[in-house]
Design a protein. Sequence first.
Length: 301
Amino acid sequence: MNLFVAAFPRSGTTFLGKVLVNELGLYSSPESHFLFHLYRAIESAGEINKQQLSAILSRNFKYQVWNISPELPEVLNISNFVAFYEELIACFNNVSRQRVRDNVTLDHTPENMINQGYINQFFPDSIQLHLIRDPRAVFASIKHVKWGPNTALSFIQEWERAERDWHARPKNTKVIDVKFEGFVQDPEPVIQELKGVLGDYQADSNAQFILPGYTQKQHKLVSSGKGDTSRIQAWKDILTKRDIELIEGSEVAKAYFDRHGYQAMSSGRTSGIIERITNRTLNKGLKAVNRLKRQADGDGY
């Protein structure tokens, strides 16, 4: 069984992953953005050979941080993709491929949210853990990180696109909704629901959730293994009035609030043309600064 967390970045995917690994003994991994490149390459050509596979992996920073040397198949396509994924997970967790097959894998890469078409093709029996979080809190968490988006207008544009992609997922997708705020306060209901869904599997009490060194500063609460309920409403002190207005002015966000029980603080206001032009210039500058920060920290992504 393969579990994929689907959410916008900084929604709590890493915290969710750590708790589930600790409580359920699942096999996990660092984020796996390189899989998206493999999906596209195979979709385009039908299959890729060993040399092509090696080339894609070797130039991808998110694969390099796994620090593994798996056995590569002579040809990789949809039919043997799950087996190859099991090999990657087995190498990272230092267990046999059979142990991985008998257990459950967990991938907490946020961009799974916008790649549901591929995941449905390559992992047709997988379950998606849809992590729901107040978008104002998500932006407060992402506003000052070194990869952004760092402005409310840019954030809401990207967040809306991700929401539209999620709602366009294949109709047969198996989904379990997890509301972040409730999970932080009491993860037990989610854990019990998953136990019922997963059925019998060989949990590994020694399974560990390991964060790459370059990202540990961003996940101090995750490293501690404890949720911080005080952070649930912290966005009210972090965001400006205009930040909140822009997010709450989004029609997609309004529908999201209604669907998941979040309350707006304002009537919401959309952006004007001058603000959009100014934002593009500011966002371009922030991206350049962020690239320099990532290079200084050794984050090649």
